[in-house]
Design a protein around this ligand. Structure first.
Ligand code: NHR
Ligand code: GAR
Length: 221
C-alpha cells in the first residue's frame, strides 16, 4: 500500500460560505480525499469565517480595503497561501476580481463556481439577468479560473428550470442546491488527477471538455 500525503485545499470566501461548508463536510466524511487547510475571506464580516472556525479550520481575513491596489491585495493572498502547502484553491462566493499576480502562481489549480450557464452571464447579478432575459432555464458552472473574468474553461454545469413567479431569490435557492452537488464532483476529479488545464483548454481523462462544461446528470462521478 502506498501512503500519499492527503491533498490540502484552500477556500476563498466573501460571505455565507455554504459551498465552503459542503467542502468541509465532504472532507470530514471522506467523500473527498482532502483536508481543508485554510479558509481566507476578504470580508471580515463573512459568516463563513465563523463556520470554518467552528469546524476547527484555520481562517484568516485579508481585507482588500487595507491595500492600495488590487495587485497588492493579490500579493498578500499569494503570500498567505504560500505559507502553507496548498494543492487546490477553491473560490466559493469570493467577490474580488483577481489579477494575474494571483492567477499566475495558481494557474491550473484554481477553481470557481459561477451561478450561470457560462458562457452566458459572466459577472454579477446573474439570476436577475436570466429572469430579465426571459430565459426558461438557469444554472451553475464550475470553471478553471483564468485572468479573464468568468472566462476560464468550464468543467461541469448543472441546469435548473425557471418557473413562473421566480424572483432572483427563489431562483438562487434552486441553483445553490445544484452548486452543492457539482462543486465537490469537479474538485474530486482534480484531486484524482483526472482534470487538467492546458493552453488548449480543460481536459477530463484526457478528453477535451465541451465549451459549456460536462452536463451534470444525477449519476455523474
Ligand atoms: N478573477 C479572475 N481573474 N477570473 C475569474 O474568473 C474570477 C476572478 C475573481 C472572482 C468569481 C466571480 C463569479 O463567480 C471570480 C472569478 C466578483 C466579481 C466582481 O465584479 C465578478 C465575478 C466574480 C466575482 N467583483 C467586484 C470587484 O470590484 C466587487 C463586487 C462586490 O464586492 O460585490 O472586484 O461571479
Ligand atoms: C453562490 O451562489 C456562488 O455561486 C456565488 O455566490 C454564492 C455564494 O454562496 N458566487 C458568486 O456570485 C461569485 N461572484 P455561499 O457563500 O453560500 O457559498
Amino acid at each position: 500500500m502506498t501512503h500519499r500525503k492527503q491533498a490540502r485545499l484552500a477556500i476563498l470566501i466573501s460571505g455565507r460560505g455554504s459551498n465552503m461548508q459542503v467542502f468541509i463536510n465532504a472532507c470530514a466524511s471522506g467523500d473527498l480525499d482532502a483536508q481543508v487547510g485554510l479558509v481566507i475571506s476578504n470580508n471580515p464580516d463573512a459568516a463563513g469565517l465563523q463556520r470554518a472556525a467552528e469546524a476547527g479550520i484555520a481562517t484568516c481575513c485579508i481585507d482588500h480595503r487595507s491595500y492600495s491596489s488590487r495587485e497588492d491585495f493579490d500579493q498578500a493572498l499569494v503570500e498567505q497561501l504560500n505559507s502553507t502547502q496548498v494543492d487546490l484553491v477553491i473560490l466559493a462566493g469570493f467577490m474580488r476580481i483577481l489579477t494575474p499576480v494571483f492567477i499566475a502562481p495558481f494557474a491550473g489549480r484554481l477553481l470557481n463556481i459561477h451561478p450561470s450557464l457560462l458562457p452566458k452571464y459572466p459577472g454579477l447579478h446573474t439570476h436577475q439577468r436570466a429572469l430579465d432575459a426571459g430565459d426558461s432555464e438557469a444554472g451553475v458552472t464550475v470553471h478553471f479560473v483564468t485572468a479573464e473574468l468568468d472566462g476560464g474553461p468550464p468543467i461541469v454545469q448543472a441546469r435548473v428550470p425557471i418557473v413562473p413567479g421566480d424572483t432572483a431569490a427563489t431562483l438562487a435557492a434552486r441553483v445553490i442546491e445544484e452548486e452543492h452537488v457539482i462543486y465537490p464532483v469537479a474538485a474530486q476529479w482534480y484531486l484524482q488527477g483526472r482534470l487538467t488545464l492546458t493552453d488548449q483548454g480543460a481536459y477530463l481523462d484526457g478528453n477535451p471538455i465541451p465549451v459549456s462544461g460536462i452536463a451534470h446528470t444525477p449519476d455523474l462521478r
